[in-house]
Ligand binder design. Structure first.
Ligand code: ATP
Length: 319
């Protein structure tokens, strides 16, 4: 294969730029031409494609967001949209594609692979919700953003002796909430994988209050419900002074951590290795610090779940 493309799709994640850089540099190292497709599958349909050189990816390893921009594109879910994308691939002579994104993006990659355009998926999403990899690109940075915010909230929570509810991202996956809870010593963590544990939160708050505890941090993953609503329910159930912080899109931005930059560099380069080997329809990942690849369909058919041992530990430590 002599010409490949790279795109970022779905929600952006810190570290996507490091992954783009790795794909471009690794491909050029192997004497291939690389084309950057802007705005994900939308840009593919529109032919928003440009050749990338070694210098195109200079000075981006430390930047959040994605230099190639991202978009959601419903048209690409249709056969017609996919054929329009293939027309553009043919026009530019692009034979294979590295798709950096989440599971929705991998569905698009699967469709292109089935039509004879080999794609490799690279998991880039802060949610850490892709099966077949221990970590996704962006998770570590988002986690550290949350920790920094909660450390600050803890200072004011202590000073004012209040209960704080912090809503973090995670529609289907509780990883960000759980890891943040453990890292920050939160009193309770509510995750989508265990949606019915509100009564435990109240019991723990009451227990803590009875033994003289004056402030608490409760982390709620957005997939369980609104932090604002949980704040109201907690106040009604305990009569404790309660405040709510919704961290929102701050979690998506920022310079990627060293861990994310290294992960993105390894996964991006590995995706190019797979293309060179003639593999198609695979998703790369990292398991026990080893680079791995799995069939896209296998990844899409599995359901990610949090580590329940860690969940139990978070409860044991916030007894
Ligand atoms: P995130 O986890 O951040 O939401 P994602 O990759 O799952 O990222 P989606 O919005 O689900 O984000 O998907 C991104 C894009 O992938 C869609 O806008 C669409 O262009 C493409 N896509 C999703 N599902 C399909 C499908 N069934 N067939 C073809 N393309 C798809």
């Amino acid at each position: 294969m002599k010409k490949i493309g790279v795109l970022t799709s779905g929600g952006d994640a810190p570290g996507m730029n490091a992954a783009i850089r790795a794909v471009v540099r690794k491909a050029i190292y192997h004497n291939m031409e690389v084309y950057g497709v802007k705005y994900g599958f939308q840009g593919l349909i529109e032919g928003n494609i440009e050749k990338m050189e070694l210098g195109s990816v200079g000075d981006i390893i430390q930047r959040g967001g994605t230099k190639l921009y991202s978009a959601r594109c419903d048209e690409f879910k249709t056969e017609e949209g996919q054929l329009k994308g293939i027309d553009q691939l043919n026009k530019f002579g692009i034979e294979g594609l590295v798709v950096i994104g989440g599971d929705g993006s991998f569905m698009g990659a699967k469709k292109l692979t089935e039509k004879g355009y080999p794609c490799i998926g690279v998991p880039g999403t802060i949610d850490n919700d892709i099966p077949g990899t221990d970590f996704t690109i962006g998770f570590d940075t988002a986690l550290n953003t949350i920790i920094e915010a909660i450390d600050k909230i803890r200072d004011t929570a202590t000073s004012h002796e209040r209960t704080y509810v912090v809503e973090v991202m995670g529609r289907d996956a509780g990883d960000l909430a759980l890891w943040a809870g453990l890292a920050d010593g939160a009193e309770s963590v509510l995750i989508p994988e265990k949606p019915d544990e509100f009564h435990e939160v109240i019991e723990r708050l009451k227990r803590g209050h009875d033994r003289g505890k004056k402030h608490s941090i409760i982390i709620v993953a957005e997939g369980v419900g609104s932090g604002v609503e949980f704040g109201q329910r907690i106040k009604e159930a305990t009569n404790l002074e309660t405040r709510v912080t919704v961290l929102g899109h701050t979690q998506r931005g920022g310079s990627p951590t060293a861990t994310d930059r290294v992960l993105a560099s390894r996964l991006g380069a590995f995706a190019v290795d797979l293309i060179i080997e003639g593999k198609a329809g695979r998703v790369v990942g990292i398991e026990r610090n080893q680079l791995v690849d799995h069939d896209i369909l296998e990844v899409l058919n599995q359901k990610h779940t949090v580590d329940f041992d860690m969940y139990r530990l978070s409860k044991e430590l916030s007894i």
